[in-house]
Design a protein around this ligand. Sequence first.
Ligand SMILES: Nc1ncnc2c1ncn2[C@@H]1O[C@H](COS(=O)(=O)NC(=O)[C@@H](N)CS)[C@@H](O)[C@H]1O
Ligand SMILES: [Mg+2]
Length: 468
Amino acid sequence: MVENFSEWFHDILEQANITDSRYPIKGMAIWMPYGFKIRKYMLERIKELLDKDHEEVLFPLLVPESELAKEGEHVKGFEEEVYWVTKGGKNDLNEKLALRPTSETAIYPMYALWIRSHIDLPIKYYQVVNTFRYETKHTRPLIRVREITTFKEAHTAHATKGESDEQIQDFIEIYKEFLDSFGIPYMISKRPSWDTFPGADYTMAFDTIMPDGKTLQIGTIHNLGQTFAKTFDITFEDKDGEHKYIYQTCAGLSDRVVASIIGIHGDEKGLRLPPLVSPNQVTIIPILFKKGKEEVMAKCLEIKEDLENAGLRVNIDDRDIRPGKKFFDWELKGTPLKLEIGPRDLENNITIAMRRDEGEKIELTLDDNLVDNVKDLLDKSYENLKKSAWDFQKEHVKFTEDINEIAELIEAGNVVAFNWCGDDECGKEIEEKTGYDILGIHEDAEEGAKCILSGDDAKYLALIAKTY
Ligand SMILES: Nc1ncnc2c1ncn2[C@@H]1O[C@H](COS(=O)(=O)NC(=O)[C@@H](N)CS)[C@@H](O)[C@H]1O
Ligand SMILES: [Mg+2]
């Protein structure tokens, strides 16, 4: 695909007007108009899926130190990353306030207030906010930022373990459907204990593979058990009058989803956007000469209106520049479908359609099948982007039984699958020996499989990769 992916990625963000990282604070950037629209359509989709049985809320940005510090594991996990507010105007605040790195410690004291009886359960709230993490590792736009501008966090509260386990499965299905909407491939694994969300019983992670073979964690779902319930004393009176702790889950995703759409579907000419998030699903490019200019423009406006009436987002590039530059710009910006119309096309009553995912030119008649033909081309474009992305991922997950092969397979741009006994010490030694990160448990091992390092019976098929 592209030689230096990281360079391609940074360049395209600026050239395609996605974000501008020149903001004078490291790890913080501006969403520019074109990128802002992609982000908007991405968020509309996750809300559409969550709103089926969650409700959107909005909590304050600031969290009192006393609350943030309550859950030992959690605060240990975040204490290096928290930004603090210590003054109001000229006055020192009597308590430091944290900018939320994530909102468990903002939300759960309120859950303790709101939940009294089993009839108050389940609670299924989510919010889309900016969160702040003083990332010390190399920051990268959209991928590792210090202001996570597009942080969707869902937090659920349940009366029973069974219900919270079910919620984990629901979130997994929601994330699958969500990522499928953009044709983003994913690998789901249960993170090893040492890479579990601070305070969670376990973490289910969605990782995708970027063109450089490195994996990007694009979503996580945490089973919080009763740890936070005990820390924040969130109890309810159940049917038989007993007071019990609730069971909790939470699920997060971020700007990284946009990063994966850009990185995975892009090519050397620029973005290739899945229709669902593309600011323009159809770009009409009129070929304007002195002669016949008015007729061509009139026809373009008519087609735009027909397509918009069918629910599509359409733009006409009527700038007074040569057509070649127009094609170049919209290939860079990744519009899924371009319609070219010149005076001769008018005479023949056709338009030349061009899909961005593959450059073939298709003649479409300007009749009342046009809308359906356009929609059909958009669907084919989406299916093709999705298939090629999944094919790429499948081709870049390699199984091995030889621990000495792992590093070279990963350096060749792959994720490696291997049999693991599941013992933490053994797992940490595998990371030590290979220099790479275990993503987690992907599925159960086959009967008789042996652990790649210890040689003991393998319990799991695990994944290891070079990660962002
Ligand atoms: N610095 C960062 N920049 C961009 N995205 C990030 C960053 N840190 C985390 N994320 C994304 O945010 C997701 C959720 O973050 S998390 O720590 O795993 N989980 C939580 O914070 C839970 N409270 C989710 S409700 C991660 O899966 C990852 O995709
Ligand atoms: Mg982190």
